[in-house]
Design a protein around this ligand. Structure first.
Ligand code: RM4
Ligand code: MN
Ligand code: MN
Length: 396
């Protein structure tokens, strides 16, 4: 790598941050069962502790996304406890995720439910989540809905759309100055005929209708197989509607595998569109990078370190694309040269530059090796094993 490329990588990493999900540290399962890990986090404090370790190893994960139902056992009253943990572990609460999909009342949906009382219950929970976010000084409210239908003819698609528009507008009206509402889409699962917010176009329309503080959240696992995710990213960027990401990788559906494990070039292409946009406009895109994964077989902490490492590497590769050269090639329709320009950056081994950058920040050059020799896993395995045997039921 040239000195200039190394400098570019260092500069890019200095401002790169990725948020960890609290639920990624707890035992989670598949539709068919759950294999518990003795070292999985069983309490909110343990989730903070694990997140804090990852932040100390990588330097780029200062915030933890929280799921209201799983992490705020006392509702808004838990905010004080969160503040205490944030101060103790040096990790701040990040995006706040309401949960309107697990309780029995949500069998036929939340904001799209034909029953007005259920729609109200869902809205109340979202408003409570906004209050929590305000109290904790969290900027983003992350909204994902399991709503939809399993069989043709069983629900009015247009009516549900209207109910969603109403609910999201109501919620939007409660956001404080500077807060944002991120609308996530997903084409199927748990609903298998349609989901109410199935794709980026629907999320975009919903967000635009709700108001200026609403943006779209792209979960990399929430697309059909052949869909071009980086094109969606480029369109949302140009419309100033890209609010954030949920990073994960997949082979088939919403597999929630570690980032870049299946298709690192895909992640690189997404980062490239963002960096290219920033280069062209001279502005920094205001995007919340977040992880949303469910590690069933790999160790929770190791899987998270792998993902953060992959994000750093792929972001660094995207940063060294020669944008000037690329746009000259694009203008001339020099196809092979343009493609090579992209591939050259992707093929560069950025690991030594990242290791040097980490060293300069007083961080371990190899976070995985540092984790393995830290004794942390052995300690938490002893502390948590018995509690994990006892907690085999809930999702997180
Ligand atoms: C969904 C979606 C949401 C996440 C839940 C647990 O598939 O990705 O973001 O909160 O899973
Ligand atoms: Mn997600
Ligand atoms: Mn998902």
């Amino acid at each position: 790598m040239t000195t200039r490329q190394v400098e570019t990588v260092w500069k890019a990493l200095d401002s790169f941050r990725v948020e960890l999900p609290s639920w990624g540290f707890a035992n989670t399962g598949t539709r068919f069962g759950k294999f518990t890990q003795p070292a999985a986090a069983t309490t909110l404090e343990e989730k903070f502790s694990d997140a804090s370790l990852i932040h100390r190893l990588t330097g780029v994960c200062p915030t933890l996304a929280l799921h209201v139902r799983w992490d705020f056992v006392g509702g808004a009253a838990s905010a004080g406890e969160i503040e205490r943990l944030a101060a103790k572990y040096g990790v701040q609460p990040g995006s706040i995720n309401p949960n309107v999909f697990e309780e029995q009342i949500y069998k036929f949906g939340s904001l799209g439910n034909p029953d007005p009382a259920t729609r109200k219950a869902a809205l109340d929970h979202i408003l409570e989540s906004i209050e929590i976010a305000k109290r904790l000084g969290c900027r983003d409210l992350s909204l994902w809905f399991a709503d939809g239908a399993n069989y043709p003819g069983t629900q009015s698609i247009r009516q549900r759309k209207k109910w969603f528009e109403e609910g999201l507008s109501d919620a939007h009206a409660h956001l404080a100055e500077g807060q944002r509402m991120l609308v996530e889409y997903k084409p199927f699962e748990p609903a298998f005929y349609f989901t109410d917010i199935a794709d980026w176009g629907m999320a975009l329309l919903m967000a635009q209708k709700a108001g200026p503080k609403a943006k779209v959240l792209v979960d990399t696992g929430h697309h059909y197989q052949a869909q071009n995710i980086e094109q969606i990213v480029a369109w949302l960027l140009s419309a100033n509607m890209l609010g954030g990401f949920h990073f994960n990788d997949r082979r088939y559906a919403d597999d929630d595998l570690t980032l870049g494990s299946i298709d690192p070039y895909q992640v690189f292409r997404i980062f490239h569109e963002i960096r290219f946009f920033e280069w062209e406009t001279g502005q920094r895109a205001d995007i919340a990078y977040m992880i949303d994964q469910s590690h069933n077989l790999k160790g929770k902490i190791e899987a998270m370190i792998q993902t953060v490492t992959a994000a750093l590497e792929l972001y660094a590769k995207a940063a060294i694309v020669d944008h000037e050269q690329l746009s000259i090639c694009q203008a001339k329709c020099a196809l092979v040269e343009a493609e090579t320009c992209l591939k050259d950056a992707f093929s560069e081994d950025v690991r030594p530059a990242i290791a040097e950058w980490a060293k300069s920040k007083g961080l371990p050059e190899n976070p995985m090796a540092a984790f393995r020799s830290s004794g942390y896993l052995e300690r938490i395995t002893v502390e948590r094993a018995a509690k994990n045997v006892a907690s085999e039921s809930s999702y997180a």
